[in-house]
Design a binder for this molecule. Structure first.
Ligand code: UD2
Ligand code: MN
Length: 372
């Protein structure tokens, strides 16, 4: 039997240990510890299954940034790896989201969709080039996710929407050439990300900076079961330095309608004496907002024929021959909008009667099959 005295001694010892634990927790920052444990918990949750990793809120913790004052008069470089990077991001598409809400969530983004870290000098200047027509709904979601995603990475960045004017057949690759030249007029960007409007990155370790060779970032998409569909695939999201871009004479101007242009670009990389790099499948993950083939972007029936000639055509058609006319350039709160007339197959100023869009393809095979 324990005496009353020794019972009391044990009780005090127990309380003492509790006190020490609490003191330790608060010294390390209780908040930090708790989020640390939550993150471990989340990680183990996501590790088991490949298809849906439940990530964190892309805006979590970013409000700290807007309060952070510059560390000193002279700004020092940001760290090599941003302390705001967290890994998997939760992506969903709630109805009712507005651009005004996105704007409120991003108080540090300035005119034209530009941003630089408030507390350090970024090591990277990245422009995001997005080909666009009639996808405002997707654009809203992309902006909601991409701004905080890039802020987490401490980039000096700008968002460019390259909007094709008129109703003539869409031309994704030519719009990228426009985006390249027009973005470089604004700033000496050291990296350009060519980005579909409907692809949302799901992991912020997929850093939007360039590699020594052209980088294909969208390696794992839900659309393809989070696997690379084939080795030379270069669609969705890719990253090139201005030097890479010029070495391969940019992108082709003559792919009108859906398909083929991404493979042409992939071939240009090797024709320009370079090779494709990629992030790991764990990190280069994207969700594509579901959609059908757009009106005005029918499958290009000439794509395979054209692809067989890239070796002969790449120096004759590309950045060096991109002809277009800027209709307007607007510095909006969340992005720079460039509306451009890119003409038709027949030229920039050919009347519509001389060049009709390709007739709709009656038997449209599955897009996935077409990719191979
Ligand atoms: C695939 C590729 C894409 C491109 C395309 C063939 C993926 C994830 N992406 O996309 O990179 O090679 O095949 O051309 O596999 N767009 C508009 N308005 C239009 C039509 C297109 O804004 O009316 C833009 C938009 O940014 C869109 C992109 O062009 O994301 C590609 O078109 P898509 O999404 O219809 O083609 P998809 O998903 O098959
Ligand atoms: Mn798409």
């Amino acid at each position: 039997m324990l005496s009353i005295q020794s019972k009391l001694r044990y009780l005090f010892m127990f309380l003492g240990v509790q006190l020490v634990v609490m003191a330790l927790l608060s010294r390390e920052g209780y908040q930090k510890r708790v989020t640390y444990f939550i993150r471990i918990f989340r990680k183990s949750e996501g590790a088991g299954h490949n298809l849906s990793v439940s990530g964190s809120d892309v805006y979590a913790n970013l409000s700290v940034l807007s309060r952070a004052p510059p560390s000193s008069e002279v700004m020092t470089y940001c760290p090599q790896t941003s302390p705001y990077i967290r890994g998997p991001i939760h992506v969903s598409f709630p109805s009712g989201l507005t651009l005004a809400q996105v704007q409120r969530k991003n108080p540090l983004v300035v005119r034209g969709g530009r941003y630089r870290p408030p507390d350090c000098e970024s090591r990277h200047r990245t422009a995001i080039i997005i080909p666009h027509r009639n996808r405002e709904h997707h654009l809203k979601f992309l902006l909601y996710y991409i701004h905080p995603f890039l802020q987490r990475q401490q980039l000096n960045y700008g968002i460019y929407i390259i909007h094709q004017a008129g109703n003539y057949t869409f031309n994704r690759a030519k719009l990228m050439n426009v985006g390249f030249r027009e973005a470089m007029r604004d700033e000496d960007w050291d990296c350009l990300f060519f980005h579909d409007v409907d692809l949302i990155p799901e992991d912020d370790r997929n850093t939007y900076v360039c590699d020594a060779n052209p980088k294909h970032a969208a390696i794992a998409m839900d659309k393809f079961g989070y696997k690379l569909p084939y080795n030379l695939y270069f669609g969705g999201v890719s990253a090139l330095t201005p030097l890479h871009y010029l070495k391969m004479n940019g992108f082709p101007n003559n792919y009108w309608g859906w398909g083929g242009e991404d493979d042409d670009i992939g071939v240009r990389v090797s024709l320009g004496g370079m090779h494709i790099t990629r992030p790991s499948v764990k990190v280069g993950r994207y969700k594509m907002i579901k959609h059908k083939l757009d009106k005005g972007n029918d499958i290009n029936p000439k794509r395979f024929n054209m692809l067989s000639k890239t070796r002969q055509s790449w120096k004759l058609d590309g950045m060096n021959t991109a002809e277009y006319e800027i209709i307007s350039r607007k510095y909006l709160p969340l992005y720079t909008n460039i509306t451009v007339e890119i003409g038709t197959e027949a030229g920039l100023h050919t009347p519509p009667a001389a060049a009709q869009p390709a007739p709709p393809d009656s038997a449209k095979p599955d897009q996935k099959q077409l990719k191979s």
